[in-house]
Design a protein around this ligand. Structure first.
Ligand SMILES: *Cc1c(COP(=O)(O)O)cnc(C)c1O
Length: 355
């Protein structure tokens, strides 16, 4: 391939060994349409669903989904059980979309009783981060879906932390909008985020809605994707990796893929039993295990793992900065990696507690 195009351009080998093709071609369109079929199948979306491919991080997709589906005539319920729930609330506030919050205290499991106060409220949509990754709780989609069905509310699910790690099914639960992002369960580079809209939401909301935004106007994405294209230059390289990643999962089979992630998570949780840490009591996603330290050494463990072993885990922001670390199980990780991590953590914790 030799590119004489004005972007992507022919890149220098000193900079990268990647080749990014020109994308306004039937060949690239065919790849995107193929991606779309696989993605919808894996998400349990129907063929009539529309997918928006945004070159942006997950938060942009959250904001774009909210502003394309709702306006000042709506009244939303935001499930706020951590920083990602708070982000949805902030998006509503900034865009002046009326909303109320279901505030879930840390450590509490989301249950049907939490929805009781909201049955008498006028609610037209629910925003939820199904796996609230800031704390690690995987909410019970059945409870949320029940509430939305009874209220006739549009269910927007930020599935960024759960898609391709746990079972996910838009049709089964009547999920109207799904948000996903490249760097999580899809196991590829950050930079691409995706919104899947069911037919009802396209017809009753997005299609009738006028956004005061050019780049994030979903209607132009829907129109362009009829030919497998995006209105603006997409993250072409990430789009190609996305196609490869979905095919890798498809070759193995989605169920086996999910089972493998579940097994990696189970194996790690088993290995934490030899460490002076505890796991939260609320339901966890296969994508991640939050580990709680009795002593306030979590961040120091993070630094030791990074500096001594070149191992990276997720520190936690806010009030649990010194007591909680979060360990991911998605991506190219094995039981051997778990053993190595658990061993290194053991050494690190001993070093820090013997001082
Ligand atoms: C990772 C993640 C996001 C995306 O955040 P960005 O940094 O904007 O990509 C959004 N929601 C949840 C639940 C996440 O886990």
């Amino acid at each position: 391939m030799r590119l004489f195009t004005l972007g992507p351009v022919e890149m220098f080998p000193e900079v990268t060994d990647k080749t990014i093709p020109y994308f306004r071609t039937p060949e690239f369109s065919a790849i995107m349409l193929d991606t779309d079929n696989l993605l919808k199948r894996f998400a349990g979306a129907s063929d009539s669903a529309k997918t928006i491919y945004l070159t942006a991080s997950g938060t942009a997709a959250m904001e774009a989904a909210v502003t394309n589906c709702f306006d000042e005539t709506d009244r939303l319920l935001v499930i706020n059980g951590g920083t990602f729930g708070q982000r949805f609330a902030d998006i509503c506030r900034i865009h002046k979309i009326p909303h109320i919050e279901l505030n879930l205290p840390y450590g509490e499991t989301l249950e049907a009783r939490h929805f009781a106060p909201f049955f008498d409220e006028n609610i037209t949509g629910v925003l939820v981060n199904l796996h609230e990754t800031s704390v690690g709780q995987l909410y019970d989609i059945g409870i949320i879906a029940d509430f939305c069905r009874q209220k006739g509310a549009c269910l927007v699910s930020d599935a960024i932390g759960t898609f391709l790690a746990d079972e996910y099914d838009m049709a089964k639960y009547g999920i109207n909008v799904t948000i996903i992002s490249s760097q999580k369960g899809l196991c590829i580079e950050p930079g691409l985020s995706i919104v899947i809209l069911d037919e009802k939401t396209v017809q009753e909301r997005v299609g009738k809605h006028k956004t005061d935004n050019l780049y994030f106007d979903f209607n132009s994405y829907i129109k362009n994707f009829e030919r497998g294209q995006t209105p603006y230059t997409p993250a072409v390289g990430i789009c190609l990796d996305l196609n490869a990643s979905l095919h890798m999962i498809d070759r193995r089979g989605l169920e086996l893929h999910l089972a493998a992630v579940a097994e990696t998570a189970r194996d790690f949780r088993e290995k934490t039993k030899n460490l002076p840490v505890t796991l939260p009591k609320f339901p966890l996603s296969n994508a991640m295990t939050p580990i709680q330290f009795a002593a306030p050494i979590a961040y120091e463990v993070f630094e030791l793992l990074k500096n001594d072993y070149d191992i990276f885990v997720n520190p936690t922001g806010g009030v649990r900065h010194d007591t909680v670390l979060r360990i991911a199980h998605i991506g190219n990780l094995t039981r051997e990696d778990n053993t190595y991590l658990a061993d290194c953590m053991k050494t690190a914790i001993e070093k820090l507690t013997k001082r």
